[in-house]
Write a protein that binds this ligand. Structure first.
Ligand code: HEM
Length: 406
């Protein structure tokens, strides 16, 4: 089967429940050139090397396709789409109120609050035999947490949900869809969300509160802080990245455990295993399946294939994390796995900024669900999936349970 049809099969919605056999096919050739001029990479060592290679850009304005470069230039990229030194400056400035070295206790300090949010959501499941893990739990939890962290009113969620959907839709990658239309809708949504978040931040200027939007406009940063546009695009990045991924980690996690009642029981009995189980989920069913944004700045040779300057380079993280050349028995879900340097949060300078928060949320969420709901069973297997092949996870996960325990 030719590599071009392989990419279509991976992005085809019908493949969403189980793309892993296609990734195994992808790994047969370390680099798979596609008929549309892009290059797919699915092997662990090649992906890791490319993520650490300064000749590989995250900025789509370097694409040789003029239409793509024009669309990418329409709205300033956030730091996920920039290269060093600009990326480094903005990431450090954004990190100031969120983590080490300036605010090392920030994520830990949210522990009690996340437990409370999870407990409240779980309490809402009592007395209902059938629940949707996504709508009733896995979506509201990270949304509430990121709203709290940024200082976005929780009741504005209906306002930003549509924008967030359009932004994620911009990553759809279906070769049969018009990319211009898709990118334009995502750009409009980023702009609208940016104006909204920028407005919230401006309202806090001179009136400091304990959230990130307030810190961005009020804190003294020797590096100069964020200008108006940087503030908008960075806040959009945090709001979207802060919930669109974690929802999938919690839901993919429940689905994986419900399919393996012995592992579910093990984690119920030994909750101390949960941090390791979450790492295994990030390897086995990662919420971010691929990074579609990379572009070589010069011709780059990868495993004997020249990837030309300006070509779209797609790194399939989920395939790398199942590479048998790196992981023993990679298609087995093993919550006790110790050698587990997965690619779930990427690697290199762009590796996930929110990883400590995402880990904590998933550990608390899964522990609360397992502790509270007795006799859990899946209603639909496979469940209906969200459209995106990039941010992959079920759209709904219906379960039935016998009742709520503790
Ligand atoms: C399970 C949840 C999450 C997963 C699987 C995930 C995954 C990733 C991955 C794979 C990257 C690398 C992107 C690249 O190299 O181009 C990334 C970057 C990023 N993530 Fe996450 N993420 C999660 C949660 C979060 C949360 C909760 C936040 C915010 C609080 C966040 C903020 C970011 C940001 C800002 C970047 C860009 C970092 C940079 O470019 O330097 N993520 N994430």
């Amino acid at each position: 089967m030719a590599a071009d049809t392989l990419f279509r099969r991976i992005t085809d919605y019908a493949s969403r429940p189980d793309p892993y056999p296609l990734y195994a096919e992808l790994r047969e050739s370390k680099v798979a050139p596609q008929d549309d001029g892009s290059y797919l990479v699915g092997t662990y060592h090649e992906i890791t090397a490319l993520l650490h290679d300064p000749r590989i850009s995250s900025d789509r304005r370097h694409r040789s396709d003029p239409e793509e470069a024009r669309l990418a230039a329409e709205l300033a990229p956030s730091f996920i789409g920039l290269d060093d030194p600009e990326h480094d400056r903005l990431r450090r400035t954004t990190m100031r109120p969120f983590g080490p070295p300036h605010t090392p206790g920030r994520v830990d300090a949210m522990h009690g609050e996340i437990v409370r949010i999870a407990d409240e959501l779980v309490a809402g499941l009592r007395g209902r035999q059938r629940v949707d893990i996504v709508d009733d739990f896995a979506y509201p939890l990270p949304v509430t947490v990121i709203c709290r962290l940024l200082g976005v009113p929780r009741e504005d969620e209906p306002k930003f949900r549509g924008w967030s959907d359009a932004i994620v839709g911009g990553l759809d990658l279906n070769p049969d869809q018009d990319p211009t239309e898709r990118t334009q809708a995502a750009t409009e949504a980023r702009r609208a969300m940016g104006v909204y978040l920028g407005g919230l931040a401006e309202g806090r200027r001179g009136k400091p509160s304990d959230d990130l939007l307030s810190a961005f406009v009020n804190d003294q940063d020797p590096a100069g802080g964020l200008n108006r546009i940087e503030l908008m695009v960075t806040s959009v990045l945090l709001l979207v990245a802060g919930h669109e991924t974690t929802v999938n980690l919690i839901t993919n996690g429940m689905l994986t455990l419900l399919r393996r009642p012995d592992q579910l029981e093990l984690l119920r009995r030994e909750p101390a295993l949960m941090p390791r189980a979450v790492e295994e989920l990030l390897r086995f069913e990662p919420p971010v399946q691929m990074l579609p944004q990379r572009t070589p700045l010069v011709d780059v040779e990868v495993a004997g294939v020249t990837v030309p300057k300006g070509a779209p380079l797609i790194l399939v993280l989920a395939s790398g994390s199942r590479d048998p050349r790196r992981f023993r028995d990679p298609d087995r879900f093993d919550p006790r796995r110790t050698d587990n340097q997965h690619l779930g949060f990427g690697s290199g300078v762009h590796s996930c900024f929110g990883a400590p928060l995402a880990r904590l949320e998933a550990q608390i969420a899964l522990t609360a669900l397992l502790r509270t709901l007795e006799g859990l069973r899946l209603v639909d297997d496979p469940p209906p999936y969200r459209r995106s092949p990039v941010l992959r996870g079920p759209r709904h996960l219906l379960v039935e349970h016998d009742g709520a325990g503790v």
